[in-house]
Design a protein around this ligand. Structure first.
Ligand SMILES: *Cc1c(COP(=O)(O)O)cnc(C)c1O
Length: 433
């Protein structure tokens, strides 16, 4: 058997090789280093809060699969659940109790959820949410907010955030005018007029794909009352916030109940899972009980649902208290050392989620986020951190994901390193500006 000696491989060599078989060397553009320059490190393995690259370098990891990992890499209970499920078969195309268990875990933690449809990704969940909203209301138009990301389906690729924002594209080539014709894009944190032609308003209740931008006081509750008045549905895209900002998610944290929820990331325990969830009268309109079609060969697959249920079962109020504590420690520390380096910084945080803006004032919408990113500090800070062993996302619109495996010492170490990194980033930025 041919053995690839991964230990002898460099990131440069891995990337060069990847580029000959994978587009841009990656399978999702957020993983490329286009926004920060340089070559991505290739992960060999990850344990808890750390990842190790193919050169054997260890990084304290704040990417954590963009929020899909909350218990740290290689969590024992998730791995055991996976082995146990795999021994019994990986997919059947017939229902299994594993799917039921994951749906029950979601229901148990999110008041207002009666029924769940599992998918393989967050994108499928949001895509289905729109179809369902249009199906039940008989209306075509949907409202989304600038800088909120809801996956890569055509109708939602209208001026979206995250990877697309990093690439500097307002939407994507290949999305037709017709596909986004019924998508109304409005500024985040400005309460919109909602007409009776609107099927749904979709929102990240904490925007986490344009950096971390909390909803302004009253924004979500106004969306709730205005959608109800207009007969439109309110969709919370909780693919990041779900089971991350609180036990349940943003709806339980803020006490605002949407009509439909989209979940993903945390609920898969590191495997591909998404979910659409909501009230019975709405969800029952999906096939096979209703006329709105939706399907998936691997949806609710035994491995993914086993991992997801094992992830959710370990989460409780104490987990979220701990996570918020770590994130607070990190936010306070980063603010202090970056300001000491004479860089204007806003570390914005909602419980366990935080994001970093190099900006003078708090960022409340996409335009401000873009203005902060255009200062161009982030790439220098990113590389100064990376070479000292701290892995942040290679894009300025991404956020940090401290997890339950991050220790107080990990955070202290991060802050110490950030002190040196901020000074270096400041000097390099001044040289180039
Ligand atoms: C990641 C994300 C999605 C898309 O989920 P995928 O699993 O990547 O398709 C949708 N909405 C939000 C808020 C996300 O962060």
């Amino acid at each position: 058997m041919a053995v690839i000696d991964e230990d002898a491989m460099t990131n440069e060599a891995a990337f060069a090789r990847a580029c000959t078989s994978l587009v841009g060397g990656v399978n999702s553009p957020v993983r490329s280093f286009n926004a920060v320059g340089g070559v991505p490190f290739f992960v060999r393995e990850g344990h808890g809060s750390y990842v190790v690259d193919v050169e054997g370098r260890r990084y304290l990891d704040y990417i954590q699969s963009y929020g899909a990992i909350i218990h740290g890499h290689g969590d024992q209970r998730i791995l055991s659940a996976l082995y146990e499920a795999a021994r019994r078969g990986t997919t059947f195309g017939a229902p299994t109790l594993g799917e039921v268990r994951l749906a029950e875990s979601i229901k148990a933690k999110v008041p207002g959820v009666d029924l769940v449809r599992l998918t393989n990704s967050g994108t499928e969940a949001t895509m289905t949410a729109l179809r369902l909203a249009r199906g039940v209301t008989g209306r075509s138009k949907i409202i989304k907010f600038e800088g909120c990301y809801h996956g890569h389906s055509d109708a939602l690729l209208a001026a979206s955030g995250s990877g697309v924002a990093s690439l500097g594209l307002p939407a994507s080539v290949g999305v037709t005018a017709a596909a986004v014709h019924d998508t109304v894009v409005l500024p985040f944190n400005e309460v919109p007029q909602i007409g009776e032609d609107i099927a749904a308003v979709i929102v990240e209740p904490v925007a986490a794909n344009m950096g971390l931008v909390p909803a302004a006081p009253g924004f979500l509750s106004q969306l709730r009352s205005l959608t109800t008045q207009a007969g439109a549905l309110l969709i919370f895209d909780e693919v990041i916030t779900g089971f991350r900002v609180a036990d349940g998610g943003a709806s339980t944290l803020f006490g605002i109940t949407p009509d439909l929820w989209c979940f993903g990331k945390v609920i898969g325990g590191g495997l591909p899972v998404g979910a659409l969830a909501g009230r019975e009268d709405l969800m029952a309109q999906l096939a096979p009980t209703g006329p709105v079609y939706q399907a998936g060969t691997l949806s609710g697959n035994p491995l993914a649902t086993a991992a997801g249920a094992a992830a959710l079962d370990q989460l409780n109020v104490a987990s979220y208290r701990m996570l918020a504590g770590r994130a607070e420690q990190l936010a306070l520390g980063l603010t202090k050392v970056i300001e000491e380096a004479d860089l204007a910084v806003q570390v914005q945080r909602v419980n366990g989620l935080l994001g970093l803006f190099f900006a003078d004032e708090p960022v409340t919408n996409y335009r401000q986020a873009v203005a902060s990113v255009e200062r161009g500090v982030y790439p220098y800070f990113f590389h100064a951190m990376l070479k000292r062993g701290i892995a942040l996302a290679p894009g300025p619109y991404e956020i940090l994901f401290p997890g339950l495996a991050h220790t107080v010492d990990d955070i202290d170490k991060t802050i110490d390193i950030a002190s040196a990194a901020a000074a270096e980033a400041r000097d390099q930025w001044h040289q180039h500006h």
